[in-house]
Design a protein around this ligand. Structure first.
Ligand SMILES: [Fe+2]
Length: 223
C-alpha cells in the first residue's frame, strides 16, 4: 500500500554567521518496494533504517539550506546513489555546504516523479529561498499520525520551509524575500484544494484550507 512515512531528525541550521538548533521533518513516500525521500536531514542512519531494503528512486530537496541538505551526499551514498534533485536557483545556498559536489538533477516547475502508483509534482515557490520547491500529490493518501493531522486523507503538499502551521517560512536572512514568498503562497499554494494536507519542513502539519484565511494578516504583519 502506498503511504507516507515521517521521521523527525535533529541538528543545526547555519546561515549569515549564526547557528541554531533545529528539528527537521523527513518524509518518505512509497510502497513496499520503492520510495522517494524528501529532505533527508541530519541523521543518515535513522533515515536509511526507515527505508530498509526498499529502492530509493529519487531524493527530492525542497531547498538548499544546510539543515535540509547537509547529509544528503552521505545519505545518497548509503542508499545506492539515487539521483538527488534540487532547483538550481538554490545552488547559491548548496555551495555553502559542498565544495565540488553538486545535485544530480535540476528541478523545474512542473517536473513529476512516479512512486508507488502516485505522481509527485514540483511546484516552484520562491521566497524562503530562490529555488524553494514544494511537492504536491493530488491522490489522497493517509497521513501518518505523527504529523499531527489526525486521520486526514487528502491531497498532500510537502511544503518545505515555504508554508508552516501558522504562516510563511522565514524571510529575514540572505537570499530570502517576503514579497516573493507571499506571491508564491497566494498564487500557487492557495490555488490547491482546501483539503490539501500540508506536511512541513519543521513542526506540525496544517492544511491549505486552515491557512488561507490568514493571508491578509500575514501581509499586514509584513514578516
Ligand atoms: Fe530553510
Amino acid at each position: 500500500m502506498t503511504a507516507i512515512e515521517h521521521l523527525v531528525t535533529s541538528g543545526t541550521f547555519s546561515l549569515d554567521g549564526g547557528t541554531w538548533d533545529v528539528d527537521n521533518n523527513v518524509w518518505i513516500v512509497g510502497d513496499d518496494s520503492e520510495v522517494i525521500v524528501i529532505d533527508p536531514a541530519h541523521d543518515v542512519n535513522a533515515i536509511a533504517e526507515k527505508v530498509g531494503a526498499r529502492e530509493v528512486k529519487a531524493i527530492l530537496l525542497t531547498h538548499g539550506h544546510d539543515d535540509h541538505v547537509g547529509v544528503v551526499r552521505d545519505f545518497a551514498h548509503r542508499v545506492g546513489n539515487p539521483p538527488v534533485h534540487l532547483n538550481p536557483a538554490d545552488h547559491v545556498l548548496w555551495d555553502m555546504t559542498y565544495d565540488s559536489y553538486r545535485p544530480d538533477a535540476e528541478i523545474s516547475d512542473g517536473d513529476t516523479w512516479n512512486v508507488g502508483g502516485v505522481r509527485v509534482k514540483a511546484l516552484h515557490t520562491p521566497g524562503h529561498s530562490p529555488g524553494s520547491t514544494c511537492f504536491f500529490i493530488e491522490t489522497g493518501l493517509p497521513v501518518p499520525a505523527s504529523a499531527g493531522a489526525g486521520s486526514a486523507v487528502g491531497p498532500v503538499l510537502f511544503s518545505g520551509d515555504t508554508l508552516f502551521h501558522g504562516g510563511p517560512g522565514a524571510t529575514g536572512r540572505s537570499h530570502s524575500s517576503f514579497d516573493t514568498i507571499i506571491e508564491s503562497i497566494r498564487d500557487v499554494l492557495f490555488k490547491l484544494p482546501a483539503a490539501t494536507v500540508v506536511l512541513t519542513g519543521h513542526g506540525p502539519s496544517t492544511s491549505i484550507g486552515s491557512e488561507a484565511p490568514s493571508l491578509e494578516g500575514w501581509i499586514k504583519r509584513g514578516e
